[in-house]
Design a protein around this ligand. Structure first.
Ligand code: DDH
Length: 361
């Protein structure tokens, strides 16, 4: 009878809150580890399990938690994340009903919220996959590269929505195509011929995938790709306010900020306020702050103040922590849900998981 009850167990929001609380507790049992918290490495696990998503093949992402399997667990980008997976394994033993994908992303949420960051809307529904679903190497950003690489990596994520409409939808088309202010979103159209060429003349459309299949059909198909834009790329990169590089993991060395276990906009402030010079050492190319030499930036971090479009957002986040928290929260919530089929989620709206302090209040 007991086993049967267990099999039918449907966890409630409070059950997930208990998992959150346990993660928050273990995060702090890190006296001799790094800067005294497992939070940063738990966040990195959540990000590396989500950031493999490829919208075109609909593979990767947090849904299947495939980093449990080789060779994904051995990919260079994931070096050191065994530490985080082992911590999560402990939690999984206590709450065996939770999927790894939910557990790892909830770990990312707990890390941000407990280290002073904003609330990250989250909801469960991911399922455990198999080794066959593991992703190929090379889907996560390479710290030695530039802005094109960053965009290519983040543009690959996102999701595609296909809208089909009757021909009589056409008159409203201009408003659809001109009023989408979100840069970096690509709208592709397949239209009856006349409208096709008019749309093609518009510079705000990427018509690479335009098909003429609907040439003679009285309907319109709008293929809209919601991908990460420059603003979201910059917002997400600010997670480097937390944690540090380890020469025995990535080859790079050092923290980005003076408070690597507190989530702030200091990453952006420091990018602008410090003078950054190339570090003279035998390791990979990285920058250090000229005044103390104790902080670091990766080449990909520095790109955020070199690229004109990225720089605009980085400056806005350096100047306004509230704006930064709001944008980071939205982008991270989106990142964690990449590739999870909507019908899998147990609730139509994401939840607010409470911090340990909020529960005391
Ligand atoms: Fe990162 N990251 N990250 N990162 N990351 C490293 C550490 C941490 C890149 C490279 C590295 C994000 C984006 C990028 C965190 C969170 C996030 C390390 C060092 C490298 C290298 C690993 C080690 O040696 O231990 C690159 C490149 C990018 C990029 O160009 C976009 C994003 C989007 C996040 C996020 O969370 C949303 C965190 C936290 C760490 C610190 C881990 C630790 O153990 O401490």
């Amino acid at each position: 009878q007991a086993a049967k009850v267990k099999a039918n167990f449907v966890p409630s929001k409070e059950d997930y809150q208990k998992v959150y609380n346990r993660i928050a507790e273990i995060m702090d049992e890190a006296d001799d580890y790094d800067d005294g918290s497992y939070g940063p490495v738990l966040l990195r696990l959540a990000w590396h399990s989500s950031g493999t998503y490829d919208k075109d093949t609909k593979t990767g992402g947090s849904n299947y938690a495939t980093m449990r399997f080789e060779p994904e667990s051995l990919h260079g980008a994931n070096a050191g994340l065994n530490v985080a997976r082992e911590i999560m394994e402990k939690v999984k033993k206590e709450f065996p009903w939770i999927s790894y994908g939910d557990l790892w992303t909830l770990g990312g949420v707990a890390a941000i919220q407990e280290m002073g960051g904003p609330n990250i809307p989250w909801r469960p529904g991911r399922i455990d996959g198999t080794a066959a679903e593991a992703t190929p190497d090379g889907r996560l950003p390479d710290a030695s590269q530039g802005s094109d690489h960053l965009r290519n990596i983040f543009y690959r994520m996102g999701y595609v929505r296909i809208y089909t409409s009757r021909f009589d939808f056409l008159p409203t088309l201009p408003s659809v195509t001109t009023s989408h202010p979100i840069k970096g979103e690509v709208v592709m159209l397949s239209l009856p011929l006349g409208t096709y060429s008019r749309a093609a003349a518009r510079k705000d459309l990427d018509l690479r995938a335009c098909s003429i299949l609907s040439l003679w059909t009285p309907s319109l198909t709008l293929r809209r790709i919601h991908r990460f834009n420059d603003q979201e790329i910059v917002a997400l990169s600010g997670a480097h306010a937390l944690g540090r590089c380890h020469s025995n993991r990535s080859g790079y060395e050092g923290p980005w900020t003076f408070s690597p276990t507190t989530f702030t906009n200091d990453f952006f402030k420091l990018l602008f306020d410090e003078k950054w010079v190339w570090k003279k050492w035998n390791g990979p190319k990285q920058l250090e702050d000229k005044s103390t030499g104790s902080l670091m930036m990766l080449p990909t971090d520095y790109v955020l103040v070199q690229d004109k479009s990225f720089k605009k957002f980085a400056k806005a986040y350096a100047d306004d922590m509230e704006l930064y928290f709001k944008d980071f929260s939205a982008a991270l919530a989106r990142l964690f849900e990449l590739g999870v089929p909507t019908q899998q989620f147990v609730s139509s709206e994401p939840w607010k998981m409470r911090t340990v302090d909020e529960q005391k209040a």
